[in-house]
Write a protein that binds this ligand. Structure first.
Ligand code: COA
Length: 185
C-alpha cells in the first residue's frame, strides 16, 4: 500500500448531527468493517469484503480514505456523536456531479441498528451535499423489501419517485429498486 495515498486528504468534513457524527475514516475504525463483513447483504452491495481477514479489512479502510483523491466521492464513517465509535458508513458519490447530482449509499452495523443512526446520517449528509457547488439533487436506490432503508430515506426528507425494474445486480440477480430523491430547497 502506498503510504501517502493511504492518508485522508483532509477535505472530508466532520458533520455533527446527534446521535451521529459523520467524519473521515481512521485505521482504528476497522472493527466496524469486520462486523459488516459478516452481514448477509452489505458485502453484496458494497466493496466491504466477505471476509474478516485483517488485510482485506485494512485495504477497505485505506480505499475509503482515498475515495476523494480518486475522484469517486466522499466516504464517511458514521460514528456515535457521544463517543465517536464507528457504527457504519455513508458515501456521497460524485460520478454525476457534472449533471448536478450526487448519489448516496450507506450501511449500519447489525449490532447498532434501529437507533435512528441511518436516518440522522442521511439527513445531515443530504443537507450538506445539497450545499456543494452546483449540486441540486441527491438520490438513492433501495430494494422494496428493505423497509429499514426506505424508512430512513423518508425520515431524511427523500421522496419515493418510482420503481426501477431490474436496476441493479445483487448477488448475481437483477433486482428492482425504488428510486428516492431529495432536491435543493
Ligand atoms: C437499512 C439500514 C441502513 C437502516 O439503518 P438503521 O440505523 O437501523 O436505521 P434507523 O434506525 O435510522 O431507522 C430508520 C427507520 O426505519 C425503521 N426500521 C429500521 N430497521 C427496520 C426494519 N428492519 N424493518 C422495518 N423498519 C425498520 C426504523 O424504525 C425507523 O423508522 P421511523 O423513521 O419510522 O422511526 C441498516 O439496516 C443496514 O445497514 N442494512 C444493511 C445494508 C443496507 O440495507 N443498506 C442500505 C442499502 S439501500
Amino acid at each position: 500500500m502506498d503510504g501517502d495515498r493511504a492518508v485522508d486528504d483532509g477535505r472530508t468534513p466532520t458533520l455533527d448531527a446527534p446521535p451521529v457524527r459523520l467524519r473521515a475514516w481512521r485505521p482504528d475504525d476497522a472493527h466496524v468493517v469486520v462486523e459488516a463483513s459478516q452481514d448477509p447483504l452489505i458485502p453484496l452491495v458494497t466493496t466491504v469484503p466477505r471476509t474478516a481477514d485483517p488485510c482485506a479489512v485494512d485495504a477497505y479502510v485505506a480505499r475509503q480514505r482515498r475515495r476523494l483523491a480518486d475522484g469517486v466521492g466522499y466516504s464517511f464513517v458514521v460514528a456515535t456523536a457521544d463517543d465517536d465509535h464507528a457504527v457504519g458508513q455513508l458515501s456521497v458519490l460524485l460520478r454525476d456531479a457534472d449533471h448536478g447530482r450526487v448519489s448516496i449509499g450507506y450501511w449500519v452495523a447489525a449490532s447498532r441498528r434501529r437507533r435512528g443512526y441511518a436516518g440522522a446520517a442521511l439527513r445531515v449528509a443530504a443537507d450538506w451535499a445539497l450545499g456543494l457547488p452546483g449540486i441540486q439533487r441527491a438520490d438513492l436506490f433501495v430494494e422494496p423489501w428493505n423497509e429499514g432503508s426506505w424508512r430512513a430515506a423518508e425520515r431524511a426528507g427523500f421522496v419515493r419517485e418510482g420503481l426501477l425494474r431490474g436496476w441493479q445486480r445483487v448477488g448475481g440477480e437483477r433486482r428492482d429498486m425504488y428510486v428516492y430523491g431529495r432536491l435543493i430547497d
